[in-house]
Design a protein around this ligand. Structure first.
Ligand code: SF4
Ligand code: SF4
Length: 82
């Protein structure tokens, strides 16, 4: 999963881009629900939030690193795809 750092300027452009509805406004800045973030695996070639973020404050979650297989499994769980 990816995570948003405190550098976030709350510009709101990433939230509508997420195919998994993993991004929402947190207490001080936007946050990613790691349980819903597939790093865009299953939907896009690149993490869409990272592509659009103007200040590059989205990075790999240090405590939530998954391989391709795990991300695909999460994608299937979220979408109900076989
Ligand atoms: Fe959503 Fe993709 Fe960003 Fe994860 S990497 S939060 S799935 S847009
Ligand atoms: Fe924050 Fe970047 Fe999302 Fe804008 S695009 S709300 S700066 S994480």
């Amino acid at each position: 999963a990816l995570t948003i750092t405190e550098e976030c300027i709350n510009c709101d452009v990433c939230e509508p881009q997420c195919p998994n509805d993993a991004i929402s406004m947190g207490e001080d800045y936007y946050v990613i629900d790691p349980d819903r973030c597939t790093e865009c695996v299953g939907h896009h070639d690149e993490p869409q939030c990272k592509v659009v973020c103007p200040v590059e404050c989205i990075e790999l979650h240090p405590q939530w690193q998954e391989g391709q297989e795990q991300l695909m499994a999460k994608y299937r769980r979220l979408t109900g795809a076989a």
